[in-house]
Design a protein around this ligand. Structure first.
Ligand code: DX5
Ligand code: ZN
Length: 208
């Protein structure tokens, strides 16, 4: 299992990013919120672009924004492995996927807990990652929703039916306990559990 560590709940981002850089976390999960798609707002890009000063890890960027275009253009400049936007947008998703592809970055689509999984089927052939939300997007430290394992199972079946090559990542409420229910995923995103542990590396080891 790959691990992507979110720093959304961090109270000292530079310090935590530096410690995480010494672990074997596969990615740093960057939650981006615009105060519109979700209520909360994260720091502007002019601050986030300094992230390279604290970590050399590849970034897994989760755009919780209503209009992803300008964020895609900005975040493509960083050490970004995955750029993921939400399915629940009024924007033209195909056009945004084309834009991500021009940078040679892997693209993902995230799906909220209440969205019908079938809505993602038309995109499976052209994306690299589905980010399954195990909590309502918007804030850290929430409880893992019980029907997530079922959703992962169904999504896996859909991916097979479509003969697509898509990784499944699961985001929200991941701990060493809930990790047991998401064995079908390829990547787990965890924030609060890792950052509130005394030893980040040991917490990451327990998620693998
Ligand atoms: C929630 C974010 C998650 C979250 C993960 O909207 O997308 O990435 O911060 O953190 P925990 O592990 O606290 O749920
Ligand atoms: Zn996230």
């Amino acid at each position: 299992m790959q691990v992507s560590t979110s720093f959304l709940s961090s109270r000292n981002i530079p310090r935590d990013l530096k410690i995480l850089n010494e672990t074997d976390t596969d990615f740093i999960h960057v939650d981006v919120m615009d105060g519109k798609f979700v209520k909360n707002k994260t720091m502007p890009f002019k601050e986030m672009k300094n992230i390279y000063k604290f970590t050399s890890k590849r970034l897994d960027v989760h755009l919780m924004v209503r209009k992803p275009k300008k964020y895609i253009i900005d975040y493509a400049l960083l050490n970004t492995a995955y750029l993921t936007m939400h399915l629940e947008l009024e924007e033209d998703i195909d056009e945004l996927l084309d834009l991500i592809a021009t940078y040679g970055i892997k693209c993902g689509i995230s799906i909220k807990p209440s969205t019908d999984l079938e809505e993602i089927r038309p995109y499976l052939k052209r994306i690299d990652l589905v980010l399954v939300m195990a909590v309502e997007p918007g804030k850290p430290g929430q409880e893992f929703l019980e029907d997530t394992p079922d959703r992962i199972k169904k999504l896996k079946e859909m991916i097979q039916e479509e003969q697509a090559q898509v990784k499944i990542s699961v985001d929200g409420g991941i701990t060493d306990e809930t990790r047991k229910y998401v064995t079908g995923a390829d990547i787990v995103v965890s924030g609060t559990y890792v950052l509130s542990s005394e030893d980040f590396q040991e917490a990451i080891d327990r998620l693998r």
